[in-house]
Design a protein around this ligand. Structure first.
Ligand code: BTN
Length: 336
């Protein structure tokens, strides 16, 4: 009997194939073809697609295909079950998609048609994942978490200036809850451990600049990155599997913990603003007293980072005095 396609799979072959391989036992190409109701050539094509997406699959002569590592798939029902009941009731929606262009693009599209507060969207595959400053964001299949959350606010965009930093604190606390020490925040949006990037945050605003508006908060976290995927990242990186070793939690649990921390932080931020988070940021500030280069377009200016101001801007001591800079289109590099 054919198995039912997993929720969110929309009947596509790749996620159904993944479900067939999930128990880590080798399955022959012909058995997979039979179970999925497709040709052996179609199975081979989808195995190649899963490999291209970054999932290591061994092919063993005589026994068939086998996942090289245990499968850690996201499951919306399990994430909900792992979340405190009071929090569960707050989600307008919590969806796990097999594939999207970008979880943040999806919520930006839904912002105008779905009036609910707190929409949560995850995807196993992002075909056009976006990072800050127009960069792309890629993660191997099941090797990361790509999560976006839409939150509505009443009082315009100006009070949201420090939001990316507040989200960073919530992500850092989540990682600390998972047993990771020394999580740093590299202003404005990087989660780092030992100067290696573990995750990134992209906050995009929409709606009325001085009235009801929304933020789509996109979070990318490295969970288990292999050498091939790591080589494409283009900067020093790390992942939860390396940092937590055998204690690395499953992705569903990390997501559930992240939502608790995030929603708690957003509630507090809506009432008290960034001021309530200044100490928590300072404790994790990875740039403080570091030599930094501030890049705006082609211009570069060197200085020393002096923490953040009451709105979350980075204080930098330049040769001609100390100034705050807003995240906007600026990039900051630690020099030494
Ligand atoms: C950065 O470090 O530049 C920010 C990266 C943000 C990536 C996340 S993954 C989930 C969400 N969807 C996207 O397309 N981007 C964000």
């Amino acid at each position: 009997m054919k198995k039912k396609p997993p929720a969110g799979g929309r009947g596509e072959t790749a996620p159904r194939l993944l479900a067939e391989l999930a128990d880590a036992r080798a399955v022959s190409g012909s058995a997979l073809a039979e179970r999925l109701g497709v040709s052996r050539a179609a199975v081979w094509k989808q195995i190649e697609r899963l490999r291209e997406l970054g999932l290591p699959i061994a092919a063993q002569a005589g026994s068939g295909y086998r996942l090289e590592a245990p499968l850690d798939r996201l499951d919306a029902a399990r994430i909900s079950a792992l979340s405190p009941p009071a929090l569960r009731q707050r989600f307008g929606s919590l969806d796990v998609h097999w594939q999207l262009d970008s979880t943040s693009s999806e919520l930006l599209r839904r912002a105008s048609t779905d009036p609910r507060d707190l929409l949560v969207c995850l995807a196993e595959v992002q075909t056009a994942g976006r990072g800050r400053r127009g960069r792309s964001w890629r993660m191997p299949l099941t090797g990361g978490i790509a999560l976006s959350l839409l939150k509505r606010f009443d009082a315009g965009m100006a009070p949201l200036a420090g939001l990316s930093l507040v989200v960073g604190i919530a992500v850092a606390q989540t990682l600390e809850d998972c047993g990771i020490d020394a999580v740093g925040l590299k202003w404005p949006n990087d989660i780092v451990v030992d100067a290696r990037k573990l995750g990134g945050i992209l906050v995009e605003l929409g709606g009325d600049a001085i009235g009801p508006c929304h933020a789509v908060i996109g979070i990318g976290l490295n969970m288990r990155i292999d050498a091939a995927a790591g080589a494409a990242i283009g900067q020093p990186w790390t992942d939860l599997a390396r940092l937590a070793g055998a204690n690395a939690p499953e992705r569903d649990l990390v997501v559930a913990r992240l939502l608790v921390r995030l929603i708690d932080a957003l509630d507090r931020f809506s009432v008290d603003g960034f001021a309530a988070f200044a100490d928590a940021f300072a404790q994790r500030d990875a740039l403080r007293e570091r030599h930094v280069r501030v890049l705006r377009g082609d211009a570069a200016l060197d200085g020393i980072a002096r923490g953040v101001d009451a709105r979350g801007g980075l204080r930098v001591a330049f040769a001609d005095g100390e100034r705050s800079i807003d995240s906007g289109e600026v990039s900051v590099r630690a020099q030494r």
